[in-house]
Structure formats: structure tokens, C-alpha cells
Design a protein around this ligand. Structure first.
Ligand SMILES: Cc1cc2nc3c(=O)[nH]c(=O)nc-3n(C[C@H](O)[C@H](O)[C@H](O)COP(=O)(O)O)c2cc1C
Length: 351
């Protein structure tokens, strides 16, 4: 059995949030996702810094925690600004790459206007015209890669979403998906609006052929997110993927799914240098980054910690999370005797 690691940062942030705000905080965590890929995390490295972030905002209550007080606003806003935009600005300043989610409450155009290294995460809708238009918009806005998520053709059973009847409140919408037409939006008061959205809009029948279809409609490199097996990684490469992202969707899709760090060596071996291998999920410390690189990843994605930083202290909090990770990577490399990322070797991790 492989359970996803309990994120330490979550406990730390939760400890910083009090009383009834906890409930709102959980909404916020559920509603946002940000993923950063840190390849070489800091300028002293001999290779280029390459961070990547993915972000999805579904919108409900958002907790911002300034010193001495807690402000609850509309999820999607950090002190009056769209959280995805705030995060994009922070990440671009840090020299990172950000992946904008299909499900963002910010438009592709607004995020694209920030500039910098942006990738677009794609969910494939049954309405292929809509799906194609999303990719075309991302490309037109200067986004540099498409990340095709393949581990959520149907939504996992998210019991907290069911209990909370998770849905978008009035005034907040998935900014990139038309509010009318073939795709119902999660604004209803059913069991879970998100589950409803997936069940009615997302194509549950995607296959490897759809990777080829995607490649045929864009000149951007395609990375496949949600791979946890070597044989699937090999298929992804054979179907033209520029990279695979080893991920179990943060443990949110299937109970007892293998932890992505465990799946990584098998995937890296199967890819064998033919494409980029990135590790997603559970990266909370600099040592996690070192372990991922040692086991064959070129980069890691960091998701929730940045959102927790944003929740705890807005822009400064998100920036602080990056600084902490950067410092931890630096320290871990020094203590492992690795002056460069190229020196991080497999034998640093015990079998
Ligand atoms: C609130 C939330 C929303 C997410 N939304 C998306 C999404 O829209 N697309 C996607 O591919 N992954 C999504 N994910 C999964 C993340 O990309 C990532 O795989 C996961 O959070 C694991 O990384 P972490 O442990 O660093 O958070 C979401 C995760 C969370 C927590």
C-alpha cells in the first residue's frame, strides 16, 4: 500500500489558522492548486533554473492571513487581485514556469499577458471544438507547452467535496470554459459541482490516440501528467510526448495509488532519456527535490505549498515558500556534497 505522504507544510499552515477559519481554509486549499517545477532551483547552479507551476482556481472563500488578523475574501482574490495573476507574477519573478489549469478562474489571456514561461494544463472535453480552442488560445497567448492530464478522465470520489457540496458561488466561474453550451459549470447545489462538471463535460474515453490528436492541433510540446508506470511512460514517448510527469494527482484520484516518488525510478528507466521526466506530488522540502533528481527526475512540481503560502500571507507567503525551498535545496546539496545538480546521483538514496 502506498499512501501519499502527509504534507508537513499543511500541518504548519493549519496550525497558523484558527478556529472556524479552518473550514474556510480547507475550502481554499481545495479550490486552488499551484504547481512549481523546480529543476535547478537557484542561480549558483550550473544549469538553468526551470521552475514550473500549475494553478487552478475554482473559487469559494479564500483566507489571507496578514499579521495579526485573518481576512476572508472571495476565493480567487488576494487582496483584491486574482490569485492566479498574483501567483504568476511571483513565480515569474522567481524565474519559474507556471502551468495554468484549464479550470482556472483567470482567463488564459489575462495570465498570458503577464508574460514569462507559462505552460497550459489541458483537460480534454468531449466537445473537441472547445478543447481545440483552449489549446489555440494558450498558444496564441505565448504559452510554451501543453500539459495533458491523463489521470482524471473521471473524477475520484472526493468525499470532502461531497460533504461540503463543493460548487462555485455566484460570480465566480471557470474563466476559460464557456458558461453556456455543452459544458455545465459547477455552480449547482448538487453533491459536488466539480464532480458534476467532470461527469458531464470531460471526455472519459481518452486514449493514446488523443495524444496524437493533440499533437496534430498544436506545435507546442506536449507533456503527459499522471504517469505512474514505466510501460505507460514508454507509450507516452512513443506517441510523441516531450515529457512525462510522474504524478498520482496528489493522491486525490485513486485511494492507495502508488506514491509518485516510488513510481519514478521505473518511469525514468523506461523513458531512458528519450523525453523529460518530471516528478509531481508531495514535494515539501528541499530534500524531496534532491531525492527526485537522484531517482531520475529532471524537475519537480510543487503544488499545494505555494497555495498555502498564498493563503497564509498573500504574495509574500507564496514568495516565502519558494525562498524556503530554495534555501533547503541549497543546504541539502551542500550537505550531500553536491556542488552542482549534475552531482546529485542515484546512490544518495538508500534502497
Ligand atoms: C485544489 C487542487 C486543484 C487541482 N487542480 C488540478 C487541475 O486543474 N489540473 C491538474 O492537472 N491537476 C490538478 N491538481 C493536482 C496537482 O496538479 C498536483 O498533481 C497535486 O497537487 C500534487 O502536488 P502537491 O503534492 O505538490 O500539491 C489539483 C490539486 C489540488 C490540490
Amino acid at each position: 500500500m502506498h499512501a501519499p505522504a502527509e504534507p508537513q507544510a499543511r500541518r504548519a499552515i493549519l496550525a497558523a489558522v484558527v478556529g472556524n477559519v479552518l473550514e474556510w481554509y480547507d475550502f481554499a486549499v481545495y479550490a486552488y492548486m499551484a504547481t512549481i517545477i523546480a529543476r535547478q532551483f537557484f542561480p549558483s547552479q550550473d544549469e538553468v533554473v526551470s521552475l514550473l507551476s500549475a494553478f487552478a482556481a475554482f473559487g469559494v472563500g479564500f483566507v489571507v492571513r496578514p499579521l495579526g488578523g485573518i481576512v476572508i475574501g472571495r476565493l480567487g482574490d488576494v487582496r483584491g487581485r486574482k490569485a492566479a495573476l498574483v501567483l504568476t507574477i511571483v513565480l515569474m519573478a522567481a524565474g519559474t514556469v507556471m502551468i495554468l489549469s484549464t479550470a482556472s478562474t483567470c482567463t488564459i489571456e489575462d495570465v498570458g499577458a503577464v508574460g514569462g514561461r507559462l505552460w497550459f494544463q489541458l483537460y480534454v472535453y468531449s466537445d473537441r471544438g472547445l478543447t481545440k480552442a483552449l489549446v489555440e488560445r494558450a498558444e496564441a497567448c505565448g504559452m510554451q507547452a501543453v500539459v495533458l492530464t491523463v489521470d482524471a478522465p473521471v473524477l475520484g470520489r472526493r468525499e470532502r467535496d461531497l460533504r461540503n457540496r463543493f460548487h462555485l458561488p455566484d460570480g465566480i466561474r471557470l474563466a476559460n470554459v464557456p458558461s453556456s453550451g455543452s459544458v455545465p459549470l459547477p455552480t449547482g447545489h448538487g453533491e459536488s459541482g466539480l464532480a458534476n462538471h467532470f461527469a458531464t463535460g470531460i471526455d472519459a474515453g481518452i486514449t493514446w490516440r488523443d495524444v496524437e490528436w493533440l499533437r496534430s492541433i498544436t506545435r507546442l510540446p506536449v507533456l503527459i501528467k499522471g504517469i505512474v508506470r514505466g510501460d505507460d511512460a514508454a507509450r507516452a514517448v512513443e506517441h510523441g510526448a516531450a515529457g512525462v510527469i510522474v504524478s498520482n494527482h496528489g493522491g486525490r484520484q485513486l485511494d492507495t495509488a502508488i506514491a509518485s516518488i516510488r513510481a519514478l525510478p521505473d518511469v525514468a528507466e523506461a523513458v531512458n532519456g528519450r523525453a523529460e521526466v518530471l516528478l509531481d506530488g508531495g514535494v515539501r522540502r528541499g530534500t524531496d527535490v534532491i531525492k527526485a533528481i537522484a531517482l531520475g527526475a529532471r524537475a519537480v512540481l510543487v503544488g499545494r505549498p505555494v497555495v498555502w503560502g498564498l493563503a497564509a500571507s498573500g504574495e509574500n507567503g507564496a514568495r516565502r515558500v519558494l525562498e524556503l525551498l530554495r534555501a533547503e535545496i541549497d543546504l541539502a546539496m551542500a550537505l550531500c556534497g553536491c556542488p552542482t545538480v549534475g552531482d546529485i546521483s542515484r546512490d544518495l538514496v538508500a534502497d
